[in-house]
Write a new protein. Structure first.
Length: 128
């Protein structure tokens, strides 16, 4: 995973996403995270670039070890930061542990129009 904290880069990404979404729509998504909201632990079917447009997203990464998961790091995605997820091995959960709404823009290396999700698998197993 690569994390870049460059607000100017994110502003350019948002501009390009707006233009691309107007003409294509595939592989693009916006996520709105309410305070306290979190995803299940999951991984993805394709690479993904995430830009935090508003608020802060907290990412918790995991490693699969036999029949359980092990925490493998944290990233705080602040406003203006850009993160790249590259499967395989991109097991994570995303949490908005702030008291304000967070908004992020996602670009996927897959056409999600039919599949409707980028999630490959949810990991419902112990974390040790
Ligand atoms: Fe994810």
């Amino acid at each position: 995973m690569i994390t870049i904290t460059r607000p100017a880069l994110l502003a350019e990404l948002v501009e390009r996403l707006d233009a691309a979404a107007a003409s294509a729509g595939d592989g693009l998504a916006a996520a709105v995270w309410r305070p306290g909201q979190r995803t299940p632990i999951h991984d993805h079917i394709a690479w993904c670039v995430v830009g935090v447009h508003r608020g802060v997203e907290h990412e918790i990464r995991y490693r699969l070890v036999d029949d359980h998961l092990v925490e493998d790091g944290h990233t705080v995605g602040a406003h203006g930061s850009v993160t790249v997820l590259t499967p395989p091995g991109d097991i994570h959960a995303v949490v908005n542990d702030s008291d304000v709404v967070a908004v992020s823009l996602h670009v996927y290396g897959a056409d999600l129009r039919e599949r409707r999700t980028s999630v490959r698998r949810c990991y419902r197993m112990p974390v040790r």
